[in-house]
Design a protein around this ligand. Structure first.
Ligand code: K7E
Ligand code: CUA
Length: 701
């Protein structure tokens, strides 16, 4: 009678059938003891759902006491993941403004980790040691630290169009940046940026073997960070698609092998890479092909109305394989810090084509077989299904209906599509299952529409709360999606949670795709930033390490750090460039635990966590110097700073690692230059009359 959802991965068949039996028995009992019906439906909005948690241990009483319906109980059973049990899927959600990546277990919706990417993440010590600081430095724009991100689209690395669980890439729309996160240890290993773009959005999307990570621009600007007044918009402003070459061996993006393709000054929006039938091609859609510039105080229409005049914009169809060859043949031009295939070259070489698309569209999603491209109409009520075969045939026959103002060939809309599906108000993004269904978020209606790719008919709609943006289905962007679960990523929460002031969390809603009718299972508040998109991978594809091996490994090089400290060889050394402290951490002490330096010394801490026990993390903190490291078992970290303020600074471990964790502490002593006649705290010591003699550096025992 009560169907269980998909079982947790690690549960055996036998356990499973035992559980099913048990629950069936419980439910039969529960349903027999009284009407459960739709109790919750009559509740006024905002009433506590968990009133009277002490409902006893009888299931029927419990349901009644907590105002839960049978459907609620079924939903609970489909998501509840008992202690010690793992999730079947892992979702990587963008952290939005937080500039970090959020790792979530599905179906439990438990948050497993925040991975610092574009912003420091204190718990991981990300942005505090020399290595991660250098990663963040890669994301400086014009020499400036950027202390937030506008992360939108994570993209898992793929092999033959399937998530391979090795890397994940993310973007920053505001300050165009792309980051590489290694899924070996869930650590950000690289951030790149190019001054070719001043904003981006069609990013990140990977080609089927992760040869390239695609970054498409959003708001046009002169390429390379140059200045031109906005009345030169048509002539001087441009968009571009950057193809970052990924070196899988090194696990890094290779700037020298990366290139960009210049686009007209339309606002390119989302992008997707072709696969299988359309491998070698990429698709970017666009808004504002009207080229409105705003100027609502200068006698011009506001940008949003200027940009919504035409019924059609342009789907950009890009032959990146050809672009790669053209780039290799040296036909790209250096602009700013990037090699760019100029617009005219892209036209001449057959790299760029346009197909009209209705109207100010948003998402562009290639179907699992790569044969079709689904575009969400946003201001049009349809999703439009473009046929790659038709597009390719028109290109091959050079059958164009005309050219845009920049000379880009335009294919005829009707000849390029298979058809359209009437979705509703505000179709945005589309995901797929393995059964030929598509799921499109319908923003204005706050619904997910399930529709058939075969006959382009809506099968069913389910309400979400509220204003759904992206949605993420299990393995939804691969050549073989799993279906099963879908997460609606809602922009507004309004009445879903306890009130927490005017700024509300986002609301992730888990939807079961396996039930007879789509069923909403769970609401998960996301109170960190606005995550736009997420990808969901089968958990058993992830094979992260549990400790760093061998001891002393630098997570960035994956090799033993040259300054790794071996147990028993700890020391403090004064060198030309300052004081070097070679330290180990182990339950429950740092060695050395007293470090003496002089005011003005540059201090280099080289700290190795010499443990190999899983989860035996030590923190290392020196308050007031902003030193905060997280040393995972086997990990080595370096941190360099100037001891410019004399005083006595406790140092201690910030992870409760053992019964003697509080005692895992010591002192960092910064002797004043005048040798101890220190000025009171807060006042600088008087400059010494003579240079103090350099004392021998203290040695650790
Ligand atoms: Cu928010 Cu993909 Cu950036 Cu749509 S985008 S919602
Ligand atoms: Cu080490 Cu607490």
């Amino acid at each position: 009678m009560v169907a269980l959802g998909s079982a947790p991965r690690r549960t055996t068949q036998r356990e499973m059938s035992m559980q099913t039996n048990r629950w069936n028995v419980l439910f039969t009992l529960a349903l027999a003891t009284g009407p459960l019906g739709l109790v919750a439906c009559n509740e006024p909005a905002g009433s506590p759902g968990g009133g009277g948690a002490a409902g006893g241990s009888n299931l029927a009483e419990l349901l009644k006491a907590r105002n839960l319906s049978e459907a609620d109980a079924v939903a609970a059973l489909k998501t509840y993941t008992p202690t010690g049990k793992r999730d079947e899927y892992v979702m990587f959600a963008s952290g939005g403004h937080g500039g970090n990546l959020i790792v979530i277990g599905v179906p439990s919706m438990r948050i497993l980790k925040y991975v610092g990417v574009f912003t420091p993440e204190p718990w991981q010590g990300y942005g505090f040691d020399d290595g991660s600081k250098s990663v963040l430095k890669g994301g400086q724009r014009n020499g400036k630290d950027i202390t937030w991100g506008d992360m939108h689209h994570p993209a898992l690395s793929e092999t033959a169009g399937d998530y391979d669980g090795q890397y994940i890439f993310v973007n920053d729309k505001a300050s165009p940046r792309v980051a590489v996160v290694s899924l070996k240890d869930f650590t950000t290993v690289q951030i790149v940026t190019s001054n070719i773009l001043q904003s981006e959005h069609g990013s990140t999307f990977v080609t089927p073997n992760t040869d390239y990570v695609i970054e498409g621009s959003q708001y046009p600007a002169p390429l390379g960070g140059k200045y031109a007044d906005i009345d030169k918009y048509n002539d001087e402003y441009r968009g571009a698609g950057v193809f970052w070459k990924f070196d899988r061996q090194k696990g890094r993006l290779d700037r020298d092998k990366s290139f960009a393709i210049e686009f007209p000054p339309y606002m390119q929006d989302l992008a997707d890479a072709g696969k299988l039938a359309s491998d070698g091609w990429a698709f970017f859609n666009s808004i504002n092909t009207e080229r409105a510039t705003g100027g609502n105080m200068e006698g011009k229409p506001p940008l949003e109305s200027g940009a919504s005049q035409s019924d059609m914009d342009y789907l950009h169809v890009v032959n990146w394989k050809k672009a790669e060859a053209v780039f290799a043949a040296g036909k790209a031009e250096q602009i700013g810090d990037m090699k760019v295939i100029r617009l005219q070259t892209a036209i001449d070489e057959g790299i760029l084509y346009f197909v009209p698309e209705p109207k100010s569209p948003h998402g562009v999603d290639v179907t699992p077989d790569g044969k079709e491209i689904v575009v969400g109409g946003k201001l049009d009520t349809h999703t439009t299904v473009f046929s790659f075969e038709k597009i390719k045939a028109l290109i091959d026959q050079k059958k164009f209906q005309g050219k845009d103002s920049y000379g880009v060939p335009i294919l005829a809309f009707q000849d390029s599509i298979r058809g359209q599906c009437e979705i509703g108000l505000g179709p945005l993004h589309t995901q797929f299952d393995g059964q030929g269904n598509a799921y499109t978020s319908v923003f204005i209606e706050s619904k997910v529409a399930k529709w058939s790719l075969k006959d382009l008919k809506v099968i069913e709609k389910i309400s979400t709360h509220y204003n759904i943006g992206h949605l993420s289905a299990a393995e939804g962007d691969t050549v073989s999606p799993d279906g099963k679960y879908l997460v609606a990523m809602n922009k507004w929460a309004i009445d879903r949670f306890n009130d927490v002031g005017p700024l509300l969390p986002q609301n992730f809603q888990l939807i079961d795709l396996t039930s007879q009718k789509l069923q909403l299972l769970y609401d998960m508040p996301l109170p960190l930033g606005e995550p736009h998109y997420a990808q969901m991978i089968k958990a058993d594809k992830l094979k992260p390490i549990d400790v760093y091996k061998p001891i002393g490994t630098d997570p960035l090089t994956e090799k033993v750090d040259p300054d790794a400290t071996v147990g028993g060889k700890e020391k403090i050394e004064r060198r030309q460039d300052g004081v070097h402290v070679f330290m180990t951490a182990v339950r429950s002490h740092f060695t050395p635990d007293i470090v003496r330096v002089k005011e003005g010394d540059t201090v280099h801490f080289h700290i190795t966590n010499v443990e190999q026990a899983k989860d035996a993390t030590h923190g290392f903190a020196i308050g007031s110097y902003n030193i905060n490291l997280s040393l995972e078992p086997g990990e080595h970290a370096n941190v360099t700073f100037v001891a410019d303020k004399p005083g006595v600074y406790p140092l201690y471990c910030t992870e409760f690692c053992s019964a003697l964790h509080l005692e895992m502490a010591g002192y960092f002593l910064v002797e004043p230059k005048d040798g101890g006649a220190a000025a009171p705290a807060g006042k600088p010591a008087a400059a010494p009359a003579a240079k103090p003699a350099v004392k021998a550096a203290p040695k650790a025992k």
